[in-house]
Design a protein around this ligand. Sequence first.
Ligand SMILES: Cc1ncc(C[n+]2csc(CCOP(=O)(O)OP(=O)(O)O)c2C)c(N)n1
Length: 549
Amino acid sequence: MPSVSAHVAATLSRSLDTVFGVMGNGNAYFLDALERDTAARFVAVRHEAAGVAAADAYFRASGRIAAATATYGAGFTNTLTALAEAVQARTPLVLLVGDEPTSGPRPWGVDQIALADGVGARTYSVGHRDAAATVAIAIEHAHTYRVPVVLAIPYDLATRDAGPIPATADPVPDPQLPPRTPFAEAVLDGIVAALAGARRPVLLGGRGAWLAGAGAVLGDLAEATGALTASTALGRGLFPDARFDLGVAGGFGAPGAMALVREADVAVVFGAALNQFTMRFGELFAPGARVFQVDVAPTATHPNVGGYVRGDAAEVAGEILRRFRARGARPSDWRHSVDVAAARQQEPGAGTGPDGRLDPRSAAQRLAELLPEDRVVVSDGGHFLGWSNMYWPVASPDRMIMVGTAYQSIGLGFPSVPGAAVARPESTIVLTTGDGGGLMALADLETAVRVAGGRGIAVVWNDAQYGAEVNNYGVKGLALDPMLIPEVDFAAVARGFGAEGVVVRTVADLDAVAEWTARSPEERPFLLLDLRVSGAVIAPFWQEIAHAG
Ligand SMILES: Cc1ncc(C[n+]2csc(CCOP(=O)(O)OP(=O)(O)O)c2C)c(N)n1
């Protein structure tokens, strides 16, 4: 008779096809059933945090749910940082773990349900009679609430007979938004009137607008109103007409583009949380600009918002467009009177920094020319975040994946690569990471090299320091030693894992990328670029952070 583990594997594999993780006592029988009896694919990672980060990146890159798996106890606690990130970023995924036996904890047990609860994740524990149904309910919960869930198999139940595997209904994600209130209807009319009278309108879109499939209707609304457009870092590439798009709003934005946003008299924001970075710590819009927000959150998410409509970004944008047209309103001609392409230009860089090391801006700009266009960028966190976000355009929001930024964690970059690589088998996966975050996650450089292979590039911004900390606290005179990292030869380390490793000291050294792309993915290994960059060139977004204190 099939065991509880077989019930879990079979039911899980009806809803998802990929499981990332590390095996141990608590999930051995689950993985055995998954490998033998289902068509799902298991991708081994080297640290349990990577299982969750990879499942997270998989969802962000594909919109499909994946699972992570870890054993009980130490395997589970190793997942917690990545699990917290998935909670904060609202990524649906399933974390399948072993747990203490139904007879109670053993000396090495910890209260896993409390720990998961502590980071905001709900646990579903399977029983020997309800395993399949519990799996289906857990997956539906993850979809509906856009959250990670933990699915626990008590140790003594893993091998217990559970009878024939029952059919379960397919999980149906069914998030419900309350109907628009009369008050919100009036705000909607207010948005339409404001746009109709605007001289310098701006539409700003975020990841929520992308998830709602609002790109096309927002493009129509921008055209009808004559608005310039901009996106958040997670909404990049949302608007279809690049000619009138100012790029990313906030600290990653080009100075000229942000000056134009600051001139806006009316701004309507769709599906963006308006965090402090997007809002440039309150400075994005000028005082007096009328700012409206449309989002699924219960209330407006920034004090500068003057009118809020709760709703689906695509539906509300469509309604605004319909009312705008019904009113016979004319577009503003602002977008035709400004040079958007010039405004989008970023600082070109000087080749080398004041210390003679590579200027990261020059390297980023050259890499933008060399990296394959069909790329998915995966990013760790740190000061270097500015370079990819400022200089590398991506085609759509699901091609810039920043696992770690919601929880402000570093060290989830290499772990995210296998998730993106499996989710997007046709694309080149480009990791951007610091030396600090890269070292923290080094075990899963092995996974990245193995899984992404000749479709993977890692760009390591190696400044021999925790640059973010130097720029936060070094500049205040705090002791520097804890902020420094010996210069690690990442290129040599990568070769040890089977990758091609290239030390990059000058912009010309980046020609190695052209040689690499000239070969077919089957003929080349993973490429790691060890960029020996200057720590003295500070990204503008970090100056904003430092200024805000
Ligand atoms: C897990 C975790 N540990 C520590 C920090 C604090 N922290 C934030 S940025 C940073 C430095 C990152 O250094 P690196 O990856 O080299 O990138 P750089 O800032 O130099 O560009 C540190 C230590 C954090 N955010 N997350």
